[in-house]
Ligand binder design. Sequence first.
Ligand code: SF4
Length: 283
Amino acid sequence: MATRLTIRDHNRDVAGLTYVYPVLSRRAGGVSVGINFNVNNACNWRCVYCQVPNLSLGSAPDIDLLKLREELCFFLGYVDSGRFYKDFSIDPKYRDIKDISISGNGEPTSLDCFYEAIEVIKDVLESTSRIGQIPLVLITNGSLLHRKGVRRGLALWGALGGHVWFKVDSASLTGRQLINNTMMGVDRMMDNLKFAAQNCDLWLQTCLFNYKEKINFDDELKDYHLFLLGAREKVKIQGIYLYTIARPSLQPEALAISPMQGYQLDRVADGLRRLGFKVQVSY
Ligand code: SF4
């Protein structure tokens, strides 16, 4: 392997592995080790800003747990040896693993054996003495966290110190239909949020963008604030991660949406901070 990995590179095949891929994260200031269960590019949602190529409606396929174990062991050893940094010409200031994140080309919790996959990750972390040493992040749309296997997996993830980044792009059903193409109701969302927060450190992740023909942003923001204030009564929210579209959407709505400007993101972030939330913004 010999290539150059930059912060603009989000190719999940870059390391030539099936489930494990490295990303250089400017936000985290180092390497994020990604785990992709959705190698078939399937998701139960279809967000208008989604950048997954050839996104299809569906679930993650069956996973080869042995291969997942081997790839994760291999990759962590590859980084430890220093060869990864050399082979991929990583800028010295980014030469550190900042997190391991389950973030795929689709919804990771749609994997049937989600719990077993988390067990594999736990085994690898234990065998390499990394439990508690590297932040663990599950990036999810949150819609399947009521499933039994997912709940078992989340409980284990939490026991490992794992965090959950739960997607909340809109607090209104109409907004979620327009943005995420989901009919997930607020009761299900709240119930899944509660479970996530009871077991793991919970962050909300919200993608903000301009979608003028369809969304009245001021109304959306009012609903969002009300939702957060209500949620805070029931759920411990560690923080909110705001971001915008960094790369072009690969969905039919691509031309109808555009990134928010930095000052717009800052304005939303300031409003949330005034309500007492911790906010991180990615421009
Ligand atoms: S939840 Fe994620 S993977 Fe699924 S459609 Fe939305 S952005 Fe794409």
